[in-house]
Write a protein that binds this ligand. Sequence first.
Ligand code: NDP
Ligand code: 2IT
Length: 459
Amino acid sequence: MDTRMFKVPAATTPGEELDRFMAGLKRRNPGEAEFHQAVEEVAKDIVPFIHNNPVYKDAYILERMTEPDRTIMFRVCWEDDQGRVRVNRGYRVQMNNAIGPYKGGLRFHPSVTLGVLKFLAFEQTFKNSLTGLQIGSGKGGSDFNPKGKSDREVMRFCYSFMTELERHIGEDTDVPAGDIGVGAREIAYLFGQHKRMSNSFTGVLTGKGLSFGGSLIRMEATGYGAVYLMNNMLEHNGESIEGKTALVSGAGNVAQYATEKLIELGAKPVTLSDSGGFIHDPDGITRERLEWVKELKNVRRGRISEYADEFGCEYHEGLRPWGIKCDLAFPCATQNEIDMEDARSLISNGCLAVAEGANMPSTNEAVDLFNESKLIFAPGKAANAGGVAVSALEMSQNASRLAWEEAHLDDQLKGIMKEIHEQCVQYGKNEDGSINYTRGANIAGFVKVADAMLAYGII
Ligand code: NDP
Ligand code: 2IT
């Protein structure tokens, strides 16, 4: 790339520098709204920070961090059960490997575009840095929709997807994992095809089944980690999780295990959702009902509306849960599921704290509103880092061909989330003593990667 594209005239204020930086980014990445949004959320904190730390500014670190090391796009052909030829698009964005091999999930969802994956890969840079482990950042996936497909169709798609991806990944190069639409079933098909093609059994994917190199706690890690971080934030404010009413959105991997940990810690989760709407169970989702949801979503692959039929509670079609009165909120479905209006209702209903289990579930306007209010807000890059952290622990176990015990892994996860909380406090303290976790996570995540990039020279 011609670095002159990044040259900006000397600016006087961080505000002007931010405007110029964002104008350049939008010009170079037209039409990628989610990527613009994710970068802007970070740049709002980083541009003023590097204004005061010119060593990063002079080396164009933020400009380099927003340009992926490489993006790979490829055709994925497969045959459906009717014998028809189907064509999807596959991607892998290898964002930044300054502090470790590229690491991040694969998303299979019809809404996947290059811009969506660039936003996710960019978030991953900061998140992975915050874990304190040796993992760089990446993200990939496809516009393939697993919904309504048979197991064999999903298998054929995964084989075809991996047939191209295999040459680009490796345990020391790039280690994909799951995300929306990619769970235990898909990872197993992908790993099986990689093993066959490469004639090697390595930790090239995480989130694997326990019988072929998977780690205990990985399945639970994102949801549990979000609740651990919430616990850290509440304790920091002299509060606790016990007895709190919680809204959870989503009904997939992250939502299920956030709900499980909330129940275990004595909170009362009252909602779950999917793309059809949300259920409201005012007495609290019990362990038994949660087990039913796991079977519904992971085995039968049904809709959350069936919960309302089964247990006789309300189902709100086409709506999101944020209007229900609560103490805590855990958005665990997808990006931009909390807008200004949702943020306003959470605040005016007295919600104490929000921890983002999903990636970028709040719009930038909603994030600003949360941070200007008394509500305690943890961005996804801090709150959902437990998943990728345990993925890194899976990589360590694979490299040493050992399997660690559940209690040991859970302790490590708790320790990592506590450490993330401390980094946010260190870099995000406001003058009145409150914590801006968004700024804390952005700056702490940035510094580690930026220092490595500076050390390498101009790469
Ligand atoms: P799953 O596929 O297991 O579940 C996703 C859930 O979100 C489903 O209930 C799904 O409903 C809902 N959802 C997905 N897309 C939309 C949409 N466009 N509108 C409304 N609802 C939607 O994914 P995960 O639980 O793994 O991921 C959830 C979020 O957490 C994502 O943002 C992901 O990036 C993030 N995350 C995941 C990690 C992991 O380890 N899995 C780690 C860190 C973050 P439906 O079935 O109707 O589509
Ligand atoms: O967004 C994420 O952090 C994930 N989907 C998990 C990535 C991973 O490599 O475990």
